[in-house]
Design a protein around this ligand. Structure first.
Ligand SMILES: [Zn+2]
Length: 213
């Protein structure tokens, strides 16, 4: 297991020597002027979906929040700790981003778990994960109604895409998002990334389908 952390340490050394030097001026400017990202990216924590790589962005370009399943919990006025909600509020009200992208992806473990819950795990060890996955059941249940007899892999893919649309709807429960969208200061985008071929498609609301980006 030591190789894992050693690989990360040597990755850092290479960054310090090359990557940081290449971007040094940019980092300095970002410190002096502060960050001014144009978009909020809400993606899955999946290690295979790396926003900076799939959109070829540089430091300062994107404000990113990633969670299991790229879910957006509906707005809730309470005193609890809500990481994704805080990131949305900060991006919209403080950083004043112009676009929010919710990006789902193929072979998503969160969506898969809705169909085939992992066995042999102590419930207490994954209690927050199980609660969090509830944010995907709306899409899953809808898919089960529309295409009940399809192959499970087809149903999973349909759920991955439909869930993106559900999360966009949840975004609109945030007062600041709703206001921004109504004033056309803020635009919402639903994307779907395919790990196996690098394709991204977007949700065309008028046609009600995903199309190549
Ligand atoms: Zn995922």
């Amino acid at each position: 297991m030591k190789e894992n952390i050693n690989a990360l340490k040597s990755g850092y050394k290479s960054f310090k020597e090359f990557g940081f030097k290449e971007n040094e001026a940019r980092f300095k400017k970002l410190v002096e002027n502060g960050q001014n990202p144009k978009a909020l990216f809400i993606g899955c924590s999946d290690s295979r979906v790396v926003p900076e790589i799939i959109m070829d962005t540089k430091p300062g370009d994107l404000f990113i929040t990633r969670n299991i399943g790229n879910f957006v919990p509906p707005y809730k006025e309470d005193e609890d700790f809500h990481a994704t909600a805080a990131a949305i509020e900060y991006a919209v009200s403080v950083l004043k981003v112009k676009d929010i992208i919710v990006c789902g992806h193929s072979h998503c473990g969160a969506i898969s778990a809705l169909f085939e819950p992992p066995k042999m795990i102590d419930r207490l060890d994954v209690i927050h994960t199980l609660k969090w996955l509830e944010l995907g059941y709306g899409a899953k249940d809808q898919v089960e109604k529309i295409i009940p007899h399809e192959d499970i892999e087809i149903k999973k893919e349909a759920t991955e895409k439909l869930s993106v649309i559900h999360q966009l709807e949840n975004l609109l429960t945030y007062p600041s998002v709703k206001k921004g969208v109504a004033k056309k200061d803020l635009f919402l985008h639903g994307w779907y990334y395919e790990i196996e071929n690098g394709n991204i498609s977007f949700y065309n609301e008028i046609e009600d389908r995903f199309e190549p980006l």
